[in-house]
Design a protein around this ligand. Sequence first.
Ligand code: ADP
Ligand code: MG
Length: 245
Amino acid sequence: MGVDVPEEPLIRIEDLRREFVMGDQVVRAVDGITASVDAGEFLAVMGPSGSGKSTLLYLLGGLDRATSGEIWVDGREIVSLDENGLADYRRREIGFIFQSFFLIPTMTAAQNVAFPMVFAQVPVAEREPRALALLERVGLGDRVRHRPTELSGGQQQRVAIARALALDPKIILADEPTGNLDTKTGAEIMQLLAQVNLEEGRTIVAVTHDASVTDYATRSLHLLDGHLSDSVELDRHRYYQKAEL
Ligand code: ADP
Ligand code: MG
């Protein structure tokens, strides 16, 4: 009703650039990207190896610094933040998932999931119950005392997803989340991410060259040589197909 004010996207990227200077060569990994992501999208970032996907994701997550440009997330510009501001941004807004899981090998699944809570002033008594509930959520309720080496790749990625959810982030950033998994396990992980997106309303940006991601995502962005080459709306048909079984 009333005046139709367009809603501000959750993420807005303005002419973003990241250059790496290698001797007398300049690599333009991200070379002038302008894009936005609405709250609730599951965005697949696709493109050949070396096209700038990971660099873009790390800039979005505040793990790397842009050479120029702006990234607005939830009303805050993050390229201009100092180290403390960036750390605070990562903790509050972002959950990360990586290709090689990055679990701490000496810790159990539950301890890995609780780990981010240690740095976020979550009261000690709340950490374990919250970690157990998250492991239950990702289907690992019966593996909470296992260490990473005692878990399959798919199970380790589930632990990593639970850990990414530990501080209740609005945004999940995933870099090749199925890159170390076989096709079937990869599809199960995509299904879980789609569920986290749809059921919990979290915004997901997943970088991948796994074409099957387009069966689960709501949109794909395509990169080529650090540029945006295409944006395609998707209908996540595999997710619904499976959900109806
Ligand atoms: P993708 O994830 O799509 O495979 P990347 O974002 O990892 O691509 O890399 C994009 C380009 O930037 C590549 O040419 C890569 O070699 C270069 N690059 C990425 N990170 C660095 C770095 N830390 N130092 C120098 N060059 C880098
Ligand atoms: Mg990459």
